[in-house]
Ligand binder design. Structure first.
Ligand code: GLA
Length: 732
């Protein structure tokens, strides 16, 4: 990062600020009279002067500060909308007056202390920091705006410093606040539950306060820290849309408020019930960051911007966009019923099918409190001596000596890799760790320690707990040739000793993630929290992929994966073929359909006992593995176009187009069969109209034809599917 003069992405004119991406502008200024920072525009590109808005007529109880669009609204001086910051001052009131003082422009983007954050060099991003100051309470707030013009993204965070003498308490703090002008808008967000994550919800924003939050301590299954706004006429492909994505793993709050005068305020940041952060004299506090993107190409445009930004400027792992090994996970195959013999047996079968990575899930650890069910063992990260008398090393050695069959695959033969499941932030009361350190679990005085899934949560706000986890995981990874870790997390937080524990825990968990992923860069880390309970950009900074849901039913997965893709790239998603009838829904769908849904994700694999496959299922797995390996690079790095949504169509479809546009892969599903009905037609998007494309080797057909006329396939049954490979004639 170097200091330098403003570039075309950040233009300062006195106290007016213009931030520009390739297709958007974000304008604000400091009011000459009040020093308040006022928003002028967040939308399509704007150049040249704008007329001065007429002064609103002030009539009634709401003064001027409640009628203007404010950039970082504080509280207590006549703006009755929700504030972005609420400070309990040392005098106990919650009034503040943060006024513009100065600004600094820096090329590149400063890191955020202890927090995950997008990154980039001076060619990628420019940052402006607006210094605000409350001369009455001597509190400074630095608003940081970093512009990634190529992704039409602005990333915002705020740092508050107490320059006064008394202690203050931060009661509420939003990373992002935007006031949009009067007009109709829809809000689109993700809701769900365990095994039913990320279902897309769209509704009109109405007068009053509406929003959603997580109070679970984590980003949660119920709501994701993501919000999109759209004009009512905006679709997947056209119209204005905005996306907001909080880079944080803890509880959060999203407030959408259409005020009495009709403007809409968006706030995204901490859940105020769980902050109450004290700042003594000269102490500083930095919020997580929030990414905002703008698109005039509909919700699909929002998603493509976020996907590109996250793949290239958020995920730190060397595997961010690297091809992922086809894996087999032992969970739905064997659950807790594991030993070296049955594991080796299914590893052998996996290798024979062409699987490249074998993952040993739950049930391998615990000495005095063996993990043979979910009632004991968490915290004792040593192999169960009855199941593995000589530790894990001999099993790992045997499994990694197996050669993955090539069969239909064109990839060179490799040895099987070994991966392992851990859940290090947790403890069972039936464990040696808990016997030795009951004070390491989260608890509040004498209140009962409520267990969930029979487990308690360790207090990662404590440095000794962080160190314990870092040491035990390091020892495990050094004990054998383990090159993949599934890091699970199966409960939420309650009985916390203080509201500040929530954020202190996050700082602790980020320290642990940062230390371990830096220490073991060659390990492919996967996040998990009972499936998608922690699918957020904070986790993605460290773990390039996240187990998307414990629901492996292919039909349900279509909804979950399409929903997740609103904010997150396919490279971060994991999909597995599981056995039928499905263990969560009882549904039976064909093997091909299961495979075609799973390979929509960047990490593809199996989660079943291969020795129990029906012959016809077994016969097509090598083809499915070969197909997944062929298309994986496009899925991982390509631009994603959701062509039709499962909420709206019996034929959901998605297209990924490689970065250079030379290849594409189309996923098309039929949910229910339609007897005596015209065939559906899928019209593609994002191709070059003039270029010619081979479609599964046939053609070539023009991009214009594929986008205007489209393709038709004849499906005869429920749960039918097709994966189609497109290639430009010019690259053949
Ligand atoms: C969680 C995970 C599953 C599996 C189990 C093991 O539910 O989401 O994939 O690993 O834990 O206990």
């Amino acid at each position: 990062m170097t200091r330098g003069s403003p570039d075309p992405t950040v233009i300062v004119d006195g106290t007016s600020f213009a931030l520009h991406g390739n297709n958007f502008s974000y304008l604000f200024h400091a009011d000459d009279g009040t020093g308040d920072l006022l928003s002028d525009h967040f939308g399509g590109s704007v150049t040249g002067p704008m007329p001065t808005d007429p002064t609103p007529i002030v009539n009634g109880w709401t003064g001027m500060s409640g009628r203007v669009r404010r950039e970082f609204p504080d509280q207590g001086r006549g703006d009755f909308r929700s504030p972005a910051i609420r400070i309990r001052q040392s005098g106990a009131h919650t009034i503040s007056a943060l006024q513009y003082q100065s600004h600094t422009v820096v090329k590149g983007k400063p890191a955020l202390p202890g927090l995950p954050a997008t990154f980039g060099d001076e060619n990628d991003v420019t940052t402006i920091i607006i210094h605000l100051y409350d001369k009455y309470s001597l509190i400074a707030a630095d608003l940081m705006y970093s512009v990634f013009p190529r992704y039409d993204a602005i990333v915002r965070s705020v740092t508050v410093t107490n320059k006064g003498k008394g202690a203050i308490v931060l009661e509420d703090l939003a990373s992002l606040s935007v006031d949009l002008p009067f007009g109709d808008l829809d809000m689109i967000y993700l809701r769900g539950e365990w095994a039913r994550e990320t279902h897309r919800q769209r509704r009109r924003i109405d007068y009053g306060l509406q929003g959603f939050r997580s109070s679970t301590g984590f980003s949660s299954h119920s709501h994701n820290p993501f919000l999109a706004l759209a004009r009512p006429s905006t679709t997947e492909f056209q119209g204005e849309a905005w996306g907001f994505s909080l880079v944080y793993t803890g509880s959060f709050a999203v407030n959408v408020e259409k005020c009495a005068q009709g403007m809409t305020r968006i706030l995204m940041g901490f859940n105020p019930d769980q902050l109450s952060w004290s700042l003594g004299a000269d102490e500083t506090f930095t919020s997580p960051e929030c990414v905002s993107v703008y698109s005039k190409d509909g919700l699909g445009g929002v998603s493509r911007s976020l996907h590109g930004l996250y793949r290239n400027h958020l995920v730190k792992s060397q595997f961010a966009t690297a091809n992922r090994p086809v894996l087999l996970n032992s969970w739905e195959a064997l659950y807790f019923n594991i030993n070296s013999n049955n594991l080796y047996r299914i590893a052998q079968e996996s290798a024979a099918l062409g699987v490249k990575l074998f993952v040993l899930d739950d049930g391998w650890f615990g000495k005095d409190y063996p993990r043979v069910s979910d009632t004991a063992g968490l915290g004792d990260w040593v192999p169960n001596p009855e199941r593995f008398p000589d530790g894990l090393a001999p099993l790992v050695k045997d499994i990694t000596a197996l050669k993955a069959a090539t069969l239909k695959s064109t990839k060179p033969s490799t040895n099987l890799r070994f991966g392992i499941w851990i859940e290090p932030e947790m403890v069972n009361s039936k464990s040696t760790l808990y016997q030795e350190h009951p004070e390491w679990a989260l608890y509040a005085e004498e209140y009962p320690r409520t267990e969930q899934r029979n487990q308690l949560i360790l207090n990662l706000a404590l440095a000794e707990v962080q160190d314990f986890i870092i040491n035990s995981v390091s020892e495990l990874l050094s004990s054998a040739d383990i090159t993949y870790v599934k890091w699970d997390h199966n409960r939420c937080m309650h009985e916390t000793p203080s509201p500040t524990t929530h954020h202190a825990y996050m700082l602790g968990v980020y320290r642990v993630f940062e230390t371990l992923t830096t220490r073991f860069p060659n390990v492919l880390w996967e996040g998990c929290a009972s499936g998608g309970g922690r699918f957020d950009p904070g986790v993605m900074q460290y773990f390039p992929q996240i187990w998307t849901s414990d629901n492996t039913d292919a039909v349900d997965r279509i909804f979950i994966q399409f929903g997740t893709s609103l904010a997150y790239p396919a490279s971060s998603m994991c999909g597995h073929i599981s056995a039928v009838p499905n263990h969560q829904t009882g549904r039976t769908v064909p093997m091909e359909f299961r495979a075609h849904v799973a390979m929509m994700c960047g990490s593809f694999g199996l989660e079943l006992d291969p020795t129990e496959l029906q012959p016809e299922e077994r016969a097509i797995i090598p083809d499915m593995i070969a197909l997944s390996e062929k298309i994986n690079p496009i899925v991982l790095t390509g631009d994603m176009w959701r062509l039709s949504l499962p909420e709206e169509s019996n034929w959901p479809a998605v297209l990924y187009i490689s970065k250079d546009g030379s290849q594409a892969v189309l996923f098309l599903y039929q949910l229910g069969s339609k007897v005596n009905h015209a065939l559906s037609r899928v019209r593609l998007q994002g191709l070059d109209a003039q270029d010619m494309y081979f479609v599964d080797g046939e053609g070539p057909y023009s991009g214009g034809m594929l986008m205007s006329v489209g393709l038709q396939y004849c499906f005869e049954t429920d749960y039918a599917s097709k994966v189609v490979f497109l290639e430009k004639e010019s690259v053949r």
